[in-house]
Ligand binder design. Structure first.
Ligand code: BGO
Length: 270
């Protein structure tokens, strides 16, 4: 079976190092359609039926940079069989911000925590079993530079692609979740179920590109705008910032339980 695995991660997370390690010299370089952002694809070593697509390094799936737009268009339009999300283990909090968004796409995700050689040298340990439980997807420790764990990460991504199980939904806070549920019902209920979540969150954030793509009518927009405004009034903040804060609160809770200083035996937040 031919499978496509997208490699996604923050700039400097080690994505290029991992891509080279997974594909060796088996790479094809081009451009993403319509833009001057480089597109790299390659065949996974010893798996000629598995294509790895290297997405541009990004911090978020927002519509503000060319890299983000290229990456998210690929993910929502092409829908790869799985996402291998490379995360810099020395900077978990910032990197997991993208992870929370990738997990909403309805595509199976495997998280590869990179730079584990540095994490360990610094005397830290990451409880990957707990992180995996909290995120709802498989988590693998790797060092792309040293090559350790890289094959396990690839095998895990293949398995996730074959199993086709999207990541379970992480709920936002009460009224935010309520508004998103309304949006799902009003705007995206005819989409495949696993795709609805990401679109509904983007509509809540008033993401123009998504609203335009879906061709949401003025009447429906006015209807959901009432829900969004009510949440903004309650939180005294704008919708996009509310979602950003919700993500960081969620990440903060996760990290508290998984990042441990080996020497002191204490939990740390980064
Ligand atoms: C330089 N462990 C360690 N210790 N370093 C790693 C690992 C790892 O597991 N993985 C990657 N790196 P990219 P993006 C560098 O280039 O793959 C290092 O942006 C240097 N260069 O070697 O490029 C990797 O594609 C001079 O480091 O990331 C690279 O995601 C001094 O992380 C950097 C020190 O990796 C970014 C490092 C001239």
């Amino acid at each position: 079976m031919n499978l496509t695995i997208a490699l996604a991660g923050n700039p400097n997370s080690g994505k290029t190092t991992l891509f080279n390690s997974l594909t060796g010299s088996n790479q094809f370089v081009g451009n993403w359609p319509g833009v001057t952002v480089e597109k790299k694809e390659g065949k996974l070593k010893k798996h000629s039926d598995v294509t790895i697509t290297d997405l541009p390094g990004i911090y978020s799936l927002s519509p503000y940079t060319m890299e983000e737009v290229v990456a998210r268009n690929y993910l929502i339009e092409e829908r790869p069989d799985a996402i291998l999300n490379i995360v810099d283990g020395t900077n978990l909090e910032r990197n997991l911000y993208l992870t929370t968004q990738l997990c909403e796409l309805g595509i199976p995700v495997v998280v590869a925590i990179n730079m584990m050689d540095v994490v360990e040298k610094n005397g830290y340990k990451i409880n990957t079993a707990e992180l995996s439980r909290a995120l709802g997807c498989k988590v693998v420790e790797i060092s792309a530079l040293k090559g350790s764990g890289v094959l396990d990460a690839a095998e895990a991504a293949i398995k996730a692609a074959e199993d086709k199980k999207p990541v379970p939904k992480h709920p936002f806070d009460g009224t935010v979740e309520h508004a998103i549920a309304h949006i799902e019902e009003a705007c995206v209920h005819d989409m495949p179920e696993e795709q609805q979540r990401w679109y509904a969150v983007k509509i809540f954030e008033r993401d123009d590109k998504v609203i335009e793509k879906l061709g949401i009518s003025e009447q429906t927009r006015a209807h959901i705008e009432k829900d969004i405004k009510a949440v903004e009034d309650e939180y005294d903040d704008d919708a996009e910032s509310i979602i950003t804060n919700e993500r960081y609160v969620y990440i903060g809770k996760i990290i508290n339980g998984v990042y441990k200083n080996k020497q002191k035996g204490q939990l740390s937040t980064s």
